[in-house]
Design a protein around this ligand. Structure first.
Ligand code: ACO
Length: 376
């Protein structure tokens, strides 16, 4: 590029879109969806209400919530060829790779697949939110050599997810912890995966194509993949007594510690504080308190030494583990929450679209003569 604005690496600090969905105050460590503080939503709202808020801009009234809940429950089945496809995939396939393929296949079946109107996008958002949850669980069962557990129609979205994963109806306490986790992950402004969905949408492509791209972006360890990496770190440490030695070694070797640091939050991630409380409770109840203790000790050591703060993926790791979620399903679970925000961003982008097309700064050689192959 020879003229125009200068390069901003990683687009840090660049404002790429107007949004009414999420107010992220990185300086003060605050977060709100549609004006409602995340703390209140996580405590009091069901994930279905949060999804409605994101898709419609207002919290639902009772009849609206009932309608959404029944639409979500009615959409829980996935097409037979997708279930069959899961059985044919290599057993060792990363669940996020399977999920990305699943979203593409679900797009092939969706009756509104190519309709980008607001009404169709809301219908697709609800359908895909339901089907994504079923797909994650059905793939997990298939790779474990088990039959899928058909979705229930009388459980909440969160409780049904855990039911389809394990075959057991979760207790109210566990269902609430999982529901709140989905809410905490539901939306987060221009994070990498949401931005990806916006870029794809801006070409006037469709919702399923955009979500498939979002799944690919979320998979990376600098984004949604961090939660899984946190749990693997805790497992590597093994015992609370090993945290100090591990921390010294990690600091000495300048190791990048997953679950710490954030591009926008510099004073603290409000989601991490809420998840910490939930992790404490869940680890205690499940008899696996050591994971929480290790996380707290690691947090304190790393924060004292480097000033790094834990992000959303730090305390969600011991929380998800104690809820019985397999470690390599942590990122798909984040996708199961973030789908609400991805689809809300897709709706918002379609409603006021301009092609997202930044520039690159050319750093290659200057103009030079072309040589035929036998002269090179
Ligand atoms: N461990 C060790 N050092 C870190 C970490 C970390 N997790 N995060 C930042 N730093 C250090 C860097 O080494 C760098 O130090 P330096 O200036 O001495 O070189 C400084 O802090 C700035 O780091 P950057 O990578 O430039 O900060 P950036 O804003 O690009 O990074 C990111 C944000 C990618 C999240 C980073 O903190 C990181 O890699 N964290 C670990 C991965 C993670 O937890 N990702 C999940 C994010 S939340 C989410 O996506 C759901």
């Amino acid at each position: 590029m020879t003229e125009g604005p200068s390069l901003i690496r990683g687009l840090e600090g660049v404002v790429a879109a107007e949004t009414r969905l999420c107010d992220l105050d990185g300086k003060n460590g605050r977060l709100a969806y549609g004006g409602y503080d995340i703390d209140e939503l996580a405590r009091h709202a069901a994930f279905e209400e949060v999804a409605y808020l994101l898709w419609h801009g207002e919290l639902p009234r009772p009849a609206e919530l009932a309608e959404l809940k029944s639409a979500l429950a009615a959409a829980r089945q996935i097409p037979g060829d997708l279930s069959q496809g899961f059985r044919l995939m290599p057993r060792a396939t990363d669940p996020m790779r399977a999920l990305q393929a699943a979203v593409a296949i679900l797009g092939m079946h969706d009756p509104d697949a190519t309709d980008n109107s607001q009404a169709a996008n809301r219908r697709k958002a609800a359908r895909l939110t339901s089907q994504l949850a079923t797909a994650i669980c059905a793939h997990h069962r298939a790779r474990s050599g088990k039959e899928p557990i058909p979705p229930s129609t009388d459980l909440s979205h969160a409780a049904n997810f855990l039911y389809m994963l394990t075959g057991e109806r979760p207790s109210a306490v566990i269902a609430k912890a999982f529901d709140a986790s989905l809410t905490l992950y539901a939306e987060h402004e221009m994070n990498a995966s949401t931005f990806t969905t916006r870029v794809i949408t801006s070409t006037q492509s469709d919702l399923h194509s955009a979500v498939a791209g979002g799944v690919g972006a979320l998979k990376g360890p600098l984004h949604g993949g961090a939660g899984e990496a946190v749990m693997r770190t805790l497992m590597e440490i093994g015992e609370v007594a090993n945290v100090d030695a591990f921390s010294d070694q990690a600091l000495a070797t300048k190791r990048r510690l997953m679950g710490f640091g954030h591009r926008v939050y510099k004073a603290g991630d409000p989601r991490a504080a809420i998840l910490r409380g939930m992790a404490e409770e869940a680890c205690r109840q499940s008899g696996q308190f050591k994971w929480y203790e290790m996380a707290v000790k690691l947090h304190a050591r790393i924060n004292a030494a480097k000033g790094l703060i834990p992000n959303v993926d730090f305390y969600s790791a011991p929380l998800f583990y104690s809820l019985g979620i397999p470690v390599d399903l942590f990122t798909p679970v984040i996708a199961a929450g973030r789908i609400a925000g991805w689809t809300a961003n897709i709706i918002e982008q379609h409603d006021d679209n301009r092609l997202i097309r930044p520039r690159g700064e050319y750093t290659g050689p200057g103009r030079r003569p072309w040589f035929p192959i036998d002269k090179r």
